[in-house]
Design a protein around this ligand. Structure first.
Ligand SMILES: N[C@@H](CCC(=O)N[C@@H](CS)C(=O)NCC(=O)O)C(=O)O
Length: 262
C-alpha cells in the first residue's frame, strides 16, 4: 500500500505525483491544506519533522524529501525507468535536481507567495497567520515568508528569486536546444522535477518567459501532452486556485517586467 501526504498545488507534490503517475503507482491520497497550516499539526509533524509536503509511505516506510522520494521510486519500481543507465546522464539528472533543491525551490516559494497565496493569507486573522509563520522550523524560510507576505513583489527577496528562475530557464533552453528531454532519451526524473516550476511561472502569467525560449517551450508542450501530466498534475487543478494565480500574476506582471528590464 502506497500513501501520499501532499497538496494539490505544491510543486514538490506535483513532482512526486508525476513520477507515481509515469510509473503507474496508485496511492491513497491525504491532502494537507498548507494555507490552513495543516503541515504544522502534531500528527503530521511526526511523519515529516520539516513541516512540509510531500511525505510518502510505501511498504510501511515513511519517506520525505521529494527529490529523494523520486529516487526511491526509481529504485523500488524500476520497471518503467526514469533515470538513464549512462553515468553522465545520471550525473546530469542529479545536477538538475540538486540545483532545484538548492536554489530553484526556495526562489519559487518567494515568487509564489509574493504573488498568489499572500492575498489569501492576508485575509486570515493576524494571529492565525502569525502562528503559521512562527511554526516554520527553518529561520531563513520563516523570514522570507514573513517578508513576502508583508511586501509582495516589492519584498527585497523577490528580484533575486526572479533572477534564479531566469537563470534556470536559460539553462534549460541551452540544454533543450539539442535534445527532447533533460537527462536521457525519454521523460525522466529531471523533467518530472522541473516541470512544476515552469508550470508555476506559466500559471502566474509569466508565460512570455517560456514562449520566448523555443527549446524550453517545445519541452513544456511535450511534457504537458503526457498522460502522466494529466494524471499527476492537471487532474489536481482546482479552477478557483488556477484563476487566483492567473489574476494575481497578471496584476503583478507590470512590476515583474520592470524588474526584468532592470
Ligand atoms: N525539500 C523539501 C521541500 C518541501 C516543501 O517546501 N514543500 C512545500 C510545498 S512545495 C511546503 O510544504 N510548504 C509548507 C510551508 O511552507 O509552510 C522537499 O523537496 O520535499
Amino acid at each position: 500500500m502506497t500513501e501520499l501526504y501532499h497538496a494539490a498545488f505544491s510543486t514538490c507534490s506535483q513532482k512526486v505525483r508525476l513520477v507515481l503517475a509515469q510509473k503507474g503507482i496508485n496511492f491513497e491520497s491525504h491532502e494537507i491544506d498548507l494555507i490552513a497550516g495543516e503541515q504544522h499539526a502534531e500528527a503530521y509533524v511526526k511523519l515529516n519533522p520539516n513541516h512540509v509536503v510531500p511525505t510518502l509511505i510505501d511498504r510501511g516506510v515513511v519517506l520525505i524529501e521529494s527529490t529523494l522520494i523520486n529516487e526511491y521510486l526509481e529504485d523500488a519500481y524500476p520497471e518503467k525507468p526514469m533515470l538513464s543507465e549512462d553515468p553522465v546522464e545520471r550525473h546530469a539528472t542529479r545536477m538538475w535536481t540538486k540545483r532545484l533543491d538548492q536554489t530553484v525551490h526556495p526562489a519559487t516559494g518567494v515568487i509564489t507567495f509574493a504573488i498568489g497565496p499572500r492575498v489569501m493569507l492576508l485575509e486570515q486573522p493576524a494571529e492565525v497567520r502569525e502562528a503559521n509563520i512562527q511554526a516554520i522550523p527553518d529561520p531563513a524560510r520563516r523570514a522570507a515568508r514573513r517578508s513576502v507576505i508583508e511586501h509582495g513583489v516589492k519584498a527585497p527577496e523577490f528580484a533575486g528569486a526572479l533572477q534564479v528562475m531566469l537563470n534556470l530557464l536559460d539553462g534549460m533552453e541551452e540544454a533543450l536546444a539539442s535534445r527532447d528531454w533533460l537527462s536521457g532519451p525519454t521523460f525522466g526524473l529531471a523533467d518530472a522535477a522541473l516541470l512544476p516550476y515552469v508550470l508555476r511561472l506559466d500559471q502566474m502569467a509569466m508565460t512570455p518567459l517560456i514562449e520566448g525560449r523555443p527549446g524550453l517551450h517545445g519541452w513544456y508542450e511535450r511534457v504537458s501532452a503526457l498522460e502522466a501530466y494529466r494524471v499527476g498534475v492537471e487532474d489536481w487543478f482546482l479552477e478557483p486556485i488556477v484563476e487566483m494565480f492567473r489574476a494575481r500574476g497578471e496584476a503583478a506582471w507590470g512590476e515583474v517586467e520592470n524588474l526584468l528590464k532592470a
